[in-house]
Structures are given as C-alpha cells and as structure tokens.
Design a protein around this ligand. Structure first.
Ligand code: FEO
Length: 163
C-alpha cells in the first residue's frame, strides 16, 4: 500500500525536524567547545549523531514505502544557549516538542489506518521517553551543582564518558 500524501508530507517534515535537532545539538556542542567544556561538547556530539540516525530512519522508511523524500532547508539554530543548565533546559524543551510531533504522527497514522507507519513510529515513541529521561537527569544534576565551577567541570567530565 502506498503512503498517503498527508502522511508522506508529515514524515518528510519529521525528517527535517530530526535534522534540525542534530543542528541544535551541534550548535550547543560548538558553544561548549568554545567554553572549554569538552565533556558536554562530546555528549552533544553523540546526541547529534543520534539525531542524524533518527533522520536516516525516516529517510529509509519513506523510501521503503515507495514515497519521495523531499529535503527542505534546515533552520539556523541559535548560537548561544546560555549557561549549561539553560542549554539542557532548551534541549528538554526541544525533545518535548519532538515527542509532541511524533505523537501527532501516530494519531494521524491511526486515523488513516496506516498500521505500518504506526508500527514504524513505535520505536520513536519509546526513544522519546528515553531522550526526555536522560536530559531530565542531567538537568537535575546541573541544578544540584548550581554555580559551582568545579561541580560543572566534574559533571562535564562525567558526561564526556558517553559512548
Ligand atoms: Fe530525534 Fe531527540 O529526537
């Protein structure tokens, strides 16, 4: 069964959202690099790679279903996200927005009786729970650390161990 036009359009939009997410995380990483917080920067690098993989999943799925991938312009991300706490809070806000978009897509797939797309999206539903949880855990730690430079340094080091 071919992808319906409306669903194809939303899948292409989500492909763009994932690329934009990669862009945001890379911009955050660039800021952390500039600030000498290499651990946070490397966490952001890993996150950027994950987002590119997410985008690739949409790319592959659209193709598998015989749809046409349409690449749109990627918005310019901000270049300054404030303190590490503010940056991770913005990351969480962004993930919540992505969760909302994925949920809207699931709803549309259900309304259109597109069970294959619904099943494809289930991976993202689960992934979003993990993404929000991991960013939330970092926010909790940053709140504990407060303005302590040594605390931020140690936390950055800890996050830099992410594979
Ligand atoms: Fe691909 Fe972080 O959502």
């Amino acid at each position: 069964m071919e992808l319906q036009e409306k669903i194809l359009e939303k899948l292409n939009q989500q492909l763009n959202n994932e690329l934009y997410a990669a862009y945001i995380y890379q911009a955050m990483g660039a800021q952390f690099e500039a600030e000498g917080l290499e651990g946070f920067a490397s966490w952001m690098d890993a996150q950027t790679r994950e987002e590119l993989e997410h985008a690739r999943k949409f790319y592959d799925y659209i193709n598998e279903r015989g749809g046409r991938v349409e690449l749109e312009a990627i918005d310019k991300p901000p270049s300054d996200f404030g303190s590490p706490l503010e940056a991770f809070q913005k990351a969480l806000e962004h993930e919540e927005m992505v969760t909302d978009k994925i949920n809207q897509l699931v709803k549309l797939a259900r309304e259109e009786d597109d069970y294959a797309t619904e099943s494809f999206l289930q991976w993202f539903v689960d992934e979003q729970v993990e993404e929000e949880e991991s960013v939330n855990a970092i926010i909790d730690k940053l709140e504990m650390v407060g303005d302590s430079d040594s605390g931020i340094y140690l936390l950055s080091k800890e996050l830099g161990r992410r594979e």
